[in-house]
Design a protein around this ligand. Sequence first.
Ligand SMILES: Cc1ncc(COP(=O)(O)O)c(C=O)c1O
Length: 414
Amino acid sequence: MYLPFQPTVHGLACDGVSVRAIADAAGTPVYIYSARGIAESYRATDEAFATYPHAIHYALKANSTLAIARLLKSLGSRADANSGGEVAVALRAGFASREIVFTGVGKTRHELEYAIAQDVGTIYAESPGELDRIAAIAAALGRVARVAVRVNPDIDANTHKNISTGLKTNKFGVPLDDARTIYRDRRGCTSLQFVGVHVHIGSQITTAEPLRRAAAVLTDLALALRDDGVELEHMDLGGGLGIAYEGRPMITAAEYAHAVLPELRRIGLPVVLEPGRAIVGHAGALVSRIVDIKRYADGPQFAVLDAGMTELMRPALYGSFHRILPVMPREGLESPWDLVGPICESSDVFARDRAMPPLQVDDLVAVLDTGAYGAVMASNYNRRMLAAEVMVADGGWSIIRRRQTIDDVLVLET
Ligand SMILES: Cc1ncc(COP(=O)(O)O)c(C=O)c1O
């Protein structure tokens, strides 16, 4: 496992490039990504499945900045888009329409019309009603929509409740038991072509067994559909592989492949994978400057950062853990710090009681493992501007998204 952000005698570096130099030039807060980190994770997944026909559709929802989408495309990836906007980004990044799968609960009529008109590779229906709307729209457009049904297998992914998607209490997919009938009832529909089956049981999954069970039930369904005369092109296992936010050993892509491949081999259909976090998570860090320090008598000492839940929502949303490193660590004893953002919300906290070396105003800190579900979840709350994003590649760096300005925001308003 390649980890791009490493302390050096000259301070924290990303692929050997000084993080301080980037932050001084690009300003803060800034997301820094490692092209090498993304490429290494992509290749690890690709190699893990090398013995079996497979296609990796990088899940754009994890990070859809154009330069990152283009990098994945150049590595051989295809795309998983979760909205009309992500379909548009994928096309803009150079993915062919047939290389895009369109997933997601609650697609609007407009999004479906757009995806069908673009002839995307597969649209994953989340309900019988959506399937019928797809059929009607495709018929009206004189098209045949390539579709699959997302099933909800009621499998506990043992992950945070807010990112679990495969339980029957979650809003995603159709009940597994209904799937066969849904395909069977629509076999005569001339504006639909059934090309696959789909499952995605959640994100940040840290053990192989739920993923193996999902592969097993999807294979059983595909075998049953074959008995019914439905010839599929692929089975889509979704994404979900976790990453080691706390530095503890984590399921690898090879272990994932080892768990699911025996199930897939029972049918031999090509598999589609939709990894997001496992590709970009470790490859990004959010670098922020300390703007204030305050200490309460008998209470916590706070380092107030210039980044908060508007730049990185995961801690406020899921109570998630991120390692935080000083970019230029100072000599001295470690003590507990609350690292907080500047937003008017008490949940705007990156870490509580975190052991850190001495910190001072204007010091830089790096919030690690924020390449996935970081910049994409940012907001303009408190009228804060979206952070700049930087890519480190080939020993240098460049801005891949400039910092938003107040004029960018207000141009939309009367
Ligand atoms: C349908 C689908 N596919 C793929 C993903 C990517 O998941 P992850 O980033 O955990 O690999 C998600 C995210 O939840 C998803 O909803």
